[in-house]
Ligand binder design. Sequence first.
Ligand code: 5RP
Length: 232
Amino acid sequence: MDKSEQDALKKAAGIEAAKLVDNDMIAGLGTGSTVKFFVDELGRRVQEEGLHFTGVTTSNRTKAQAESFGIKIVDIDDVSHIDITVDGADEVDQNFNGIKGGGAALLWEKIVATNSDRIVWIVDESKVVDTIGRFPLPVEVIPFGVQHVITRFKNRGYDPTLRVDAEGTPIHTDEKNFIVDLHMNRIDHPQDLAEDLITTVGVVEHGLFLNMVNTVIVGDPRGPRVLTNSNK
Ligand code: 5RP
């Protein structure tokens, strides 16, 4: 699949998900290139259809995009709950276990997701996999002592790399932390790995989102396909 085909599938999924946001809702807005299409469509609905809702964003990037359309964005601590959150994902398997954080926003994404009544992911079909882990698993780590955390991950066979930008400088998350990507290739026991990561001192959060999502909208060349998680 070339990039323009993939973008068309992402856009179709984003437009489909935007139909789920109704007047007066509090909606969590995810992060990434697929979510960008979703927010574009919400912006169009706000401007052309008079849609009015309040947004809580998972990154400063999404906040800037949403506000450019006049969408009202508030702090997560200014709302008591979130009706629905629409976000992207890097991989998702048939048990609705997924990897997120390719865009380095996993911490805020997980906080927003955890406080949402309904979670919807929008993906193109290449993200639906049998076993998660081919996509490097992002882990958010505080800068102090990061090399020691990396050494621990190496010793456990997780093949870690510190995420850097084109100049080789470590990238910072919106919380000014670092991202360490784990090149596991396949993750057969995601619950065990999640437990191991979150109990490692210095780790703030990881990109394993296990059985959190309610609905996945898959951009498919025949039209968006909806997968429903019956275990939620
Ligand atoms: C950002 C994320 C993104 O939602 C995920 O990386 C998917 O991004 P894209 O839609 O660009 O493929 O988790 O932290």
